[in-house]
Design a protein around this ligand. Structure first.
Ligand code: WQD
Length: 337
């Protein structure tokens, strides 16, 4: 069965392509290479022995999207990762985010819903909860006015899908990721942040390898155990496997509603200092860091209630924080070594 993975050469996309191929799916990876490189195809091949069909395509080009789905009209499902995802950049350049994250989604859905099967997995984010009132966060927690244009595009994306599913053949699962980290155990694929990393773990590994002078810890005056902010860090391979489970749920018509939502996290919150300590343990080296002021827009705490993912979706994260950090470190050493 043919599955389209948009953003298929990206961080989570490439790991999901591997897991789909491991399950015997034929994969068409779409990417515009704005935040990835074609060499990722080699990495995927080195892991699975198969190269996905690769189509270099910018999903903002409506005619190109139409041509793609005319060519691949035997597609039975789409996993949609393609989007811009830097919170800070989205504040500075909101229109880039609305064009890339919304227009592209609309064009894909317009073509997908013309096919026999319209199964759609959407890459969403816990950022839609803003600072949730209650921890751990369930799927029923209110979706608050997002903290950034990036978060807003995820919220709007979910609404577009929900409205479309009401009047078309679309069946969809919205996956709200917490904080994806780590890399495939082979170190053949991993996170390739362009420029200065915005996210914590790639900044940690780049500091440890000597690419960055020191890590700035954004605030130690939060109301948490050690004053630093708490997140739910989930191994990217656990996340990728969840996408295959969700896709199979749709293909097997096991979805109870036309649009279902699942939080994907470990269910455990870790503070920035706890992540640093865990990294020092797995890398056996001290990390150079300095406590500085809070980062604009950051929330205090977010970690997932994973009951629905565990009991309804039938998926549970397997890797620990230490294992995820060890895989991120192995990847950093491989690409910079
Ligand atoms: C984690 C913690 C920072 C960098 C965002 C998006 C989310 C997803 C992941 C795309 C925070 C602290 C960070 C640094 C630090 N995006 N930190 N020093 O902001 O929780 O989530 O990225 O898929 O949708 O909202 O992730 O890794 O940026 O930050 O102290 O140099 O680490 O303040 O507490 P975040 P993050």
């Amino acid at each position: 069965m043919k599955i389209v993975v948009t953003g298929g050469l990206g961080f989570i996309g490439s790991h999901t392509v591997v897991e789909l191929q491991n399950e015997g799916f034929e994969v068409v990876a779409i990417d515009n290479l704005s935040n990835s490189s074609e060499s990722v195809l080699e990495g995927i091949f080195n892991i699975t022995g198969k190269k996905p069909i690769f189509e270099k395509l910018d999903l903002r080009e409506k005619l190109a999207v139409q041509d793609f789905f005319k060519k691949h009209n035997d597609v039975v499902g789409v996993i949609h990762f393609a989007a811009s995802k830097a919170v800070g950049e989205s504040v500075e350049n909101p229109l880039l985010y609305y064009e890339n994250n919304i227009n592209a989604l609309v064009y894909v859905l317009q073509e997908l819903t013309k096919l026999n099967k319209a199964n759609f997995i959407f890459s969403s984010s816990c950022t839609v909860y803003g600072q949730a009132e209650k921890m751990p966060i369930t799927e029923n927690a209110p979706v608050q006015s997002a903290m950034s244009p990036y978060g807003n595009t995820k919220q709007i994306g979910e609404e577009i899908i929900t409205d479309t599913a009401k009047v078309t053949n679309l069946n969809s699962i919205l996956l709200r990721y917490f904080n994806p980290i780590g890399a495939h155990s082979s170190a053949e694929i991993g996170e390739l942040p362009l420029g200065v990393p915005q996210n914590l773990v790639p900044f940690i590994t780049q500091t440890a390898i000597g690419l960055r002078e020191k890590l700035s810890v954004f605030g130690d005056d939060y109301p948490t155990s050690d004053g630093t902010a708490v997140r739910d860090y989930i191994h990217v391979v656990d996340l990728a496997k969840a996408h295959v489970v969700a896709l199979k749920r749709l293909l097997d018509n096991k979805n109870l509603e036309k649009v279902e939502t699942f939080n994907l996290g470990t269910g455990t919150g870790s503070s920035v200092l706890e992540v640093i300590n865990a990294f020092e343990k797995v890398s056996n080296q001290k990390l150079n860091y300095q406590i500085v002021g809070r980062r604009e827009g950051d929330i205090t705490e977010a970690y997932a209630n994973t009951d629905k993912a565990n009991n309804v979706l039938g998926w549970k994260a397997q890797f620990s924080l230490e294992e995820a950090l060890a895989s991120a470190w192995k990847w950093e050493q491989k690409i910079r070594g």
